[in-house]
Every structure is written in structure tokens, then in C-alpha cells.
Ligand binder design. Sequence first.
Ligand code: MG
Length: 287
Amino acid sequence: MRLVTFTDGMGTRLGALDAAGQVRDITAIDSALPRDMLGLIARGLGRMPAINDAPVVSEARLLAPIPRTPKNVFCVGKNYHEHAKEFAGSGFDGGAKDVVPPYPVVFSKPHTSIIATGEPILGHLDPTGGLDYEGELAVVIGQGGRGISKGDALKHVFGYTIINDVTARHLQKRHSQWVLGKGLDSFCPMGPAILTADDVPDPTALTLTTWVNGERRQHAPVSDLIFDIPTLIEAISAAITLEPGDVIATGTPAGVGIGFAPPRFLASGDVVRIEVPGIGVLENRVA
Ligand code: MG
């Protein structure tokens, strides 16, 4: 099931996408259903209404599936081998000694950076001219917990979505820590939907593709991750309590703008399109 958060003249609420990609108002036919995504995640998927029985919302505008995550969005740096190499070779990895990190590189983006598919990336907030894209598969935590083992990790996954880990490369390098280069308002496009975990028996079978203005830049199977999803959940939850609706972006494959010589940074008007078949397409234009 593909779940969305949408708004129309009647307010913001939980919905589902049907096979044709239309938004269906599932809370209209099931009054027991939580009205918002975090409420549903906290309750657990359980019994859901038949999507095609719910009315189509013709005027729906999609929001990010989780417009405000419980915590900052967790992100993982350098988690595909080819991307780790291109990042090390770019000169933008200020001070890092290892091309491939021995442990997951975890940082975060504030929830104020989250935007929906179709909303503009505010490129002018990076005055240094180093705007870059990073298409990523993201994990949405269902049942929370601390000290989650690899073996149990996938039982704690509610579903999967797409994130563009938009980055101001010069700020990322200048400040050494990545939050200022990656946490700018609008620098976390998320969506369009959450594909629930019951429809994803093996997340490593998913593939991710990114286009910029129609040119394919990134294409990789999730099976190429250096640290797989269970390892990331185990590492993060070792001492930080994961809560329902927390999001972990798993890292980006090779093909980002700084992987080119010279770098191919984004400019106003550029369109970044990221697709994971099954989840959908996350598309944002640089304002
Ligand atoms: Mg990233």
C-alpha cells in the first residue's frame, strides 16, 4: 500500500494512492483510522480499508508523507562504494581519512528542511554556489525501540520512501560537520508516498534512479549499500531511542554533481527527479 499525506479544501490528512496514482481519502470510509501519518504509524498498519472503496480526491495536493518527523531525519554518508570514491576524489570531504568508513557515518537534517514532491528547492539559501543532489532510499521506522538487533531490525520498519539529500557542498566542507551544509530549509524533499513494508519483502531488491533535467545521473540497486538497513538500524538504535515515524535516509549512490570534473552543480530552474519503482517519483525544481 502506498500511503500519502495530502491537503485539499477540507484540510490535511492521511490518504492512499490507488494503482492509477490517484489519491484516495481512506479516512472518509473508516472513522477509526488515524487522520495523520504519525498516528497511523504509532497504531500500526493493522486492518486497512480497501483503497478502491474510498473516494478519489481530485483536488489533492501531496505533502511530504511525514511533514514533521519526530526527530531530525537521520542520514548516512558515504554508504555506496562508488559514491565514497567519487566523494573522496572530489576534494570536498574535508579532513576525512577513510574512503570507505569503518562504521556508518550518521548525521541529520532538521525537520524544517522537509518539503513535498513538487515544492521548490530554495537554492538561494546557499550563497556559495555549490548546490548538489543526492537521491536516496529512506526507511520509515514503525515500532520504536532502543538496542534493536540486526536480526529484528526489519520488524521495526513501517515502510520506505524517497529523500533527496540536497547539499550545499561548500558549506558542507567549510563547517566540517554536515548539518549546516545539508540542513537548510527545503533541502530535504521527501515522498511522494510511503510504500508499506508488507509490500517490500526484500528492500535490497529496490533500485534508485536520479535524473537532472532528464539526464540520468544515478542508478543503483539498494543491494549495493555498504552498511545495509539492518546494520543502520542497529547502529543508530544502540543508544538513541527510535520512535514511530523516525526516518533514516540510507545514503546516495555515485553520480552526484561533485562526482564530475568539473563539478556539475544545480542552478535555478533545474529539475531533479528521483524514482524508486514501487514507491514512485520525487520531483523538485530548484527555485
Ligand atoms: Mg546523503
